[in-house]
Design a protein around this ligand. Structure first.
Ligand code: XIL
Length: 548
């Protein structure tokens, strides 16, 4: 290492300088593409503005495949019906090819960055089908022989869909779905396959570490490929793209579970937009940089393990300064283009983990007791009160306390909330002034939801929402508002246990505070500060069921 530093400043080497010296002294791979040459392609994004600057050096030094960040999206290629504008995309593709990079195409159908004439403004189904197929066919034909793979369809599945076994019911209500119906999915894949049978066709989405979303995607690809096993010699969908917009709270176990699931379909999987948020306001502490590096390292180790089935790992941003999420410093290079710990983590995950893994003391979950009895004043007076006042976000808004009772069939929770703005204007239930209760009946602490796990939300106006949605049966709630305070009482039937004295269950309570403008501005918890309790029970607190 010392020898290398003397011959060539590492930072210069990493952004593409000192190439001769690099070759002369290189023992271990110093570029990502060399480090992963035997595993999968390494990609990053490019935009027209960065074609001639040092960001491009990072691209060519460390990567062997490029994705246009925006320039191949529908609104850039066909803003006006019938007028295709390929100049910017051509420049990006041709330059990448001339530099020896491969090119991946992103994207043919999406609910964003798509002109309204294609699928809104009252277009009929027939017109929308014609617009979709003409766009897909023309674009794929244009880049035929140059683009090796396509994100044919981007983000078609809703977030955390309540009934993922039914993939059609899990589709996001996008303009394409509304204009055409669920068969738009197959229609666009078929148009792309006909236009360039050699190109690999991908379905691409984010939050694929969420079990429900991954299940819906799995079911969609399975169903479509089973019904279309031979479209020009192979099943219609070649691959699944896991975007990978993660954070330092992401649990690599969930990523691995989804990867395994997708691989079991016999399709290729790629990581298509990897970045890991860890920082605020464009700044990261040293500790945040290391934590971020450890997540990168853990994920790259997962990708290596399944490399046989992984086509490429593409990062969404060469450096923090040009990242779409620059506030959260999610990439491997800082805004002066110096490599961050995340870079070294990706380059050699095991080494990074060995050098940086501090034995983090696993934080003990908070414990409390639920007291036997059905709700009445006397019973409530026996139950200990737990504080819901640990904040997940910077803003310290509504907080409160909870008491819990139990009997053989149900858990009874009484939450008192103070300092609430009492606003339910937001259409997202979790952004309204509301109370949430999380239950893990077998205290399994799994990083994903099992059958015994659930999330119950009630806003101050007694409107309830459930995750999964099927859990409303037998649920009851009441609310009572007084000034800036409100109480919520919930009766939550046990679903997989008959409760008895001494049982221990996973439990948490959350208070969502909305601003006067109706946006979520604070989240207070009893125990779990991971921000993931809606899909991961490992951070919940613990309740013991006692009799007094
Ligand atoms: C983002 C770009 O990075 C931004 O520049 C643009 O303003 C919005 O789109 N998922 C995707 C990408 O599939 O196309 C998105 O890219 C990021 C989320």
């Amino acid at each position: 290492m010392l020898k290398r530093i003397i011959l060539c400043p590492l930072a210069a080497l990493l952004i593409g300088g000192c190439v001769k010296e690099k070759e002369a002294v290189m023992q271990e791979p110093q570029t990502l593409k060399d480090a992963y040459a035997d595993y999968f392609l390494i990609g990053n994004i490019v935009k027209g503005a960065n074609m001639d600057d040092s960001l491009y050096n990072i691209l060519t030094t460390h990567h062997n495949i490029a994705t246009a960040e925006n320039d191949m999206k529908p609104q850039y290629l066909q803003r006006t019906k019938g007028v295709f504008t390929f100049d910017d995309a051509d420049a990006i593709v041709n330059k990448a090819l001339s530099q020896g990079l491969k090119v991946h195409g992103h994207t043919l159908a999406w609910h964003q960055q798509t002109p309204a004439w294609m699928n809104q403004d009252g277009v009929s189904r027939d017109e929308a089908v014609a617009n979709l197929t003409t766009h897909a066919r023309t674009v794929v034909e244009h880049f035929k022989g140059k683009v090796v793979s396509w994100d044919v369809l981007n983000e078609a599945i809703a977030d955390n869909p309540p009934n993922p076994e039914d993939w059609k019911a899990s589709l996001r209500p996008s303009p394409w779905l509304q204009a055409i119906g669920a068969d738009y999915v197959e229609i666009v894949f078929k148009a792309a396959r006909e236009a360039d049978p050699a190109a690999k066709l991908y379905y691409n989405d984010y939050n694929m570490d969420n079990t429900n979303k991954a299940t819906a995607v799995y079911n969609m690809v399975k169903d479509i490929n089973e019904r279309n096993p031979d479209v020009r010699g192979r099943p219609l969908i070649d691959g699944i793209g896991m975007q990978g917009h993660y954070s330092s709270h992401t649990n690599p176990v969930n990523v691995e579970n989804s990867l395994q699931r997708f691989i079991s379909l016999g399709v290729e999987v790629s990581i298509t937009e990897l970045d890991i948020q860890s920082g605020e306001g464009g700044k990261q502490t040293d500790a945040q940089k290391i934590t971020q590096g450890l997540v990168y390292a853990a994920l790259f180790n997962v990708f290596k393990k399944y490399a046989e089935h992984i086509g490429r790992v593409t990062m969404w941003g060469t450096d923090d300064g040009s990242s779409w999420r620059k506030e959260a410093c999610p990439t491997m290079f800082d805004d002066s283009l110096s490599p961050k710990p995340a870079f070294f983590a990706a380059l050699d995950p095991d080494k990074f983990i060995a050098e940086n893994k501090v034995d983090v003391e696993t934080k003990e979950a908070k414990q409390s007791e639920a007291v036997y009895g059905t709700p009445d004043e006397d019973a409530w007076s026996q139950a200990p009160s737990i504080p819901i006042d640990s904040y997940l976000m910077a803003w310290q808004g509504a907080s409160g306390t909870a008491k819990i009772l139990w009997d053989e069939t149900s858990l009874y929770v009484l939450v008192n909330v103070n300092n609430a703005e009492m606003n339910k204007a937001n259409q997202n239930a979790y952004e309204q002034d509301s109370v949430e209760v999380f239950i893990d009946e077998n205290n399994g602490k799994t990083p994903f939801y099992e059958k015994d796990d659930g999330q119950y939300r009630v806003n101050f106006d007694n409107e309830a929402t459930f995750n999964p949605a099927s859990m409303s049966e037998g649920f009851e709630s009441q609310t009572n508002v007084s000034g800036r305070s409100y109480t919520v009482s919930l009766k939550i039937p046990f679903r997989t246990i008959t409760a008895k004295e001494g049982d221990v269950i996973g439990f948490d309570a959350q208070i969502n505070g909305a601003s006067a403008q109706g946006a979520r501005q604070s989240v207070a918890m009893w125990n779990d500060l991971s921000g993931s309790s809606y899909q991961d029970t490992s951070g919940l607190g613990v309740l013991k069921l006692v009799k007094r």
